[in-house]
Write a protein that binds this ligand. Structure first.
Ligand code: 6GU
Length: 238
């Protein structure tokens, strides 16, 4: 996968040199380029923003530097993603779709955002990472890149897997324990030491349901529950 990031702050992306995304680049699954669109400004002071028509607070990113930076990218049919709090929610499903693509381009906004013609002409996706406002799109783009790239083949080690991740199943993940079985009197649940795999599976499923019921009941509607799951949830309500 190739990812091009159009940003005024390329240095902010240092975190992506590390950990799993760093590994994806090392093993050749990923190429990432940072393009400072200020370099494409034809203004003599390299200005990239201007006042909004019609008045109002804040400055907007102007079309010229971003269109020219975009035109300079070699591409066939990329997804062009604008990170914005006005976008549709970024979810695990979105990451799964993007992980199938060859080429993603991220446009990171600042100030009050982009001139609308940038949205209309360039963007294929406008996406938000939650109902809060960040100072710029860079942190959001990093979050989306991390969540997408870890799904590429061979990026997670042989041991790790994402099939059981929270949200992959539509439910929150169950709790995990490792050694020791007794830490300062805090015991690991007996069932996990029992060696009974059927019982362990049942316990994990119920813990997922319990956690999702308590913390994210909104997820239960879409989760594809079995009759057994529904009975268990009924028993919680009683
Ligand atoms: Cl994608 N961008 C910005 N600037 N703020 C956000 C966001 C994105 N998602 C939530 N808040």
């Amino acid at each position: 996968m190739k990812i091009d990031v159009l940003t005024l702050f390329p240095d902010m992306f240092a975190p992506l040199d590390h950990s799993i995304v760093g590994r994806a680049r090392t093993i050749g699954q990923l190429e990432v380029n940072y393009i400072n669109f200020r370099d494409y400004s034809t203004n003599k002071h390299q200005k990239v923003d201007d006042y909004p028509y019609g008045g109002g607070a804040g400055m907007l990113l102007t079309p010229q530097p971003i269109f020219d930076a975009y035109d300079a990218i070699e591409k066939t049919r990329p997804r062009v993603i604008i990170t914005t709090p006005t976008g549709r929610p970024f979810t695990q499903r979105v990451a799964e779709e993007w992980a199938k693509e060859d080429h993603l381009i991220f446009l990171c906004g600042h100030y009050e955002g982009f001139d609308q013609r940038i949205h209309d002409e360039l963007a294929t996706d406008e996406v938000s990472i939650g109902d809060f406002v960040l100072t710029g799109g860079e942190l959001a783009a990093m979050v989306m890149i991390d969540a997408t790239v870890r799904l590429l083949p061979d990026v997670l080690g042989a041991q790790a897997s994402h099939e059981d991740d929270s949200f992959s199943t539509g439910l929150l993940e169950y709790p995990h324990y490792t050694r020791p079985a007794d830490f300062r009197g805090l015991k690991v649940p007996d069932v996990l030491l029992s060696g009974n795999h059927a019982k362990i599976e049942t316990w994990r499923r119920e813990q997922s349901l319990l956690r999702t019921h308590r913390r994210r009941p909104d997820l239960l509607e879409q989760a594809g529950l079995t009759e057994t799951d529904k009975k268990f949830l009924e028993s919680l309500r009683d």
